[in-house]
Design a protein around this ligand. Structure first.
Ligand SMILES: CC(C)(COP(=O)(O)OP(=O)(O)OC[C@H]1O[C@@H](n2cnc3c(N)ncnc32)[C@H](O)[C@@H]1OP(=O)(O)O)[C@@H](O)C(=O)NCCC(=O)NCCS
Length: 194
């Protein structure tokens, strides 16, 4: 998985030495409550953090699915995660982009900066031009209806708000945003990546 650099951030694979920080982040109710339905499973041990890192950093047979540790380049602090994952119950697969930050690193624009880099890289890299570049034609973003902070990230990134509605992929209602390749191109796209 290639690293991605932005003005302030390095997006890279998780490594075992990130375990204490992962534990600190994933043991927090105020983060985990937004990531899935209850019952919320808060991380409790370093072993669990190491196992999570092993799973998260394992190469996926579908190269479109990527999970990055977001590191502040100047300090080396891991502030959170951005990822592209397949949505459940879809064939052919559809993809969502997601983000979360440690509470000590929110309010600085890191989620928006990291997600913008990952979505640009995704649309540039996965253009359907070869077997190692299978296409991504749209990216979804799905959140709980009351997740105002996450909705603000989606809006800043230029995602189209399709409203709060019966969620096609998860139980209950979701607040669902989308960016198609055409939306992204209309907004200017970005430079090619290697
Ligand atoms: C969703 C979440 C990542 C948003 O975090 P965030 O810090 O608000 O988002 P960003 O990192 O993009 O930061 C934007 C904020 O930083 C501010 N900011 C400060 N310095 C900045 C800078 N140099 N550049 C850009 N923005 C800056 C912005 O003004 C904005 O603040 P505002 O919302 O008060 O206007 C965070 O709330 C979170 O991790 N929540 C728990 C997990 C979660 O809900 N994940 C999403 C599941 S769908």
């Amino acid at each position: 998985m290639s690293e991605i650099r932005t003005e302030r951030l390095l997006l890279r694979s998780y490594v075992p030495s990130d375990a204490p920080r992962v534990l600190d982040l994933r043991s927090r109710y105020e983060v985990i409550r937004w990531l899935s339905d209850p019952p919320y499973v808060l991380m409790e041990t370093l072993d669990e953090a190491e196992a999570w890192i092993a799973k998260e950093s394992a190469p996926n047979p579908d190269p479109r699915m990527r999970s990055y540790a977001v590191e502040v380049a100047d300090t080396g602090l891991v502030v959170g995660t951005v990822m592209v994952a397949a949505l459940p119950r879809t064939e052919p697969p559809e993809y969502q982009i997601g983000w979360h930050l440690h509470p000590d690193s929110q309010g600085r624009g890191y989620a928006t900066e990291a997600a913008r880099a990952l979505l640009d890289d995704t649309f540039v890299r996965f253009d359907g031009s070869g077997p190692d570049r299978p296409p991504v034609d749209e990216l979804w973003c799905d959140m709980f209806a009351d997740n105002d902070a996450s909705a603000a990230v989606a809006r800043r990134l230029g995602f189209r708000d399709t409203g709060i509605r019966d969620d096609p992929w998860y139980d209950g209602d979701g607040h669902i945003f989308v960016m198609t390749r055409a939306d992204w191109e209309r907004a200017g796209g970005t430079q090619p990546v290697g």
